[in-house]
Design a protein around this ligand. Sequence first.
Ligand SMILES: Cc1cc2nc3c(=O)[nH]c(=O)nc-3n(C[C@H](O)[C@H](O)[C@H](O)COP(=O)(O)OP(=O)(O)OC[C@H]3O[C@@H](n4cnc5c(N)ncnc54)[C@H](O)[C@@H]3O)c2cc1C
Length: 453
Amino acid sequence: MKVCVIGAGVAGLASAALLTKEGYEVDIYEKEGMLGGRALTIDNRISYEEYTRLLKRFDMYVPFAEPSLKEIFDGLIGDYKIDLGFHLIGGGENASPLRILSSLGIKQDIVGSRIGFIGEKIDYPYLSAGDKLKMLPRILQLLFSRKETIKALESVSMEETIKKYGKGKMKLTLELFPRLITTVNDLSRISTGETFWAQRELMGSHPVSYPAGGLNSIAKNFASWIENNGGKIIHQKVDKVIIENGKASGISAGHEKYYDVIISSLPVQDTFSIADEREFPREWAEKVKNLEGSGSVCAYYALNELNENLIGKAFVFIERNADVEGNDAVGMVDFKMASPESGMSPPGKYMVQAYVICTPDEAKNMKKVGMLRTILDKYMEKLVPRYEKKMDWCIYPVIWHLDGVAKTIDNEKPAVSTPVKNFFIVGDSTNAKGVGINCAADSANLLMKEFRK
Ligand SMILES: Cc1cc2nc3c(=O)[nH]c(=O)nc-3n(C[C@H](O)[C@H](O)[C@H](O)COP(=O)(O)OP(=O)(O)OC[C@H]3O[C@@H](n4cnc5c(N)ncnc54)[C@H](O)[C@@H]3O)c2cc1C
């Protein structure tokens, strides 16, 4: 069977690897010169023009930088590396891309950490042993509920769950982590069931991690395994999926080529940029076109001095009454990129990444973005007093399509199989487990289940 995978992001690569492993003949088409999609690492080989072009391709912009973005990319960037924006993987060793890589015999090293909290004072880790003991019975009751119980909680909002269970530190925990897990601030839109599914899946490992060697090493690991095992990566844009009478049979990428199965890893809302909408039932098409992604305002602070105690750690914050949807804005400041194993900071320098959650509309609103940047700077200052004096440069990338589809009660993520025969979708837009990179990689597992059927 000949399979065509469109897109070499985490989802496309993970799917291609699992298909190659099962003996399918796989061609991956990627329109960019680089691999990794939104999980992309950038260094001084990229020019200012190329960087701003990439930002546009991935629904991003950089509204603020110090000094200007041009000066940074014209030389100041030095040997620092950055990703498209803040990136951590939920669940450390248990994260979906790591499990898939491990099933291929590839060990992806990580820099993992627990999570601290920036409040009146700074707590690291956020939950002490005493807190855990106090909260444990309730958490275990929720985490180990029967599958049907969690399923029933899928339509219950976190807001309602907090009213029922939220007291003391448990309340703060339920206000923080569901937001971090979904990249959505509005607790009335976050599903309790979804949050617990995600937690259950990732238990027993570091809560968060960053890949040693940089985020892009995930894509590189997948790509070299695929190519060593007979798969092909072709740097060409797919213009069209050939669909006739409700059945996909090939693609056009400069020339036409025929395949038994076509798999798209584009954000699902973009499906009809390559596939004729009239071939899909109207209801399905309207639904996927209107699904909403998630957004964030990120910061990269390139520092030439840092307290060693912070290296490798991650800290969350909650800004109350922040004038965002959901009222409070949750975010993180992370020091894993500052560790030598990450490969993102040159010797004696420290890359620090931060982000605060917002909606896609808020990400496009300059007034809101300016206000969210102030919040990031405030929490950075709490962790690294007078950080501006230790800074080589900083940039603030903003994204309004972080997740293909936000995991909320009102956004039902589509399945990997579509109404068109032999045409599948994978990626963080689908109803796979987790969000972001975890969801993208896990969609490959869902795809394999469909294939085995
Ligand atoms: C700024 C930012 C911060 C993020 N932070 C986190 C985080 O902290 N944790 C987390 O888990 N996730 C995070 N994410 C989300 C994560 O990066 C994505 O969920 C994941 O990378 C999506 O992978 P994917 O393969 O589904 O899609 P993509 O990475 O978008 O891959 C799709 C690929 O298809 C290619 N393509 C598109 N059209 C065509 C065509 N016509 N022909 C050929 N190729 C095509 C694209 O170039 C791309 O390479 C973040 C994303 C961004 C942008």
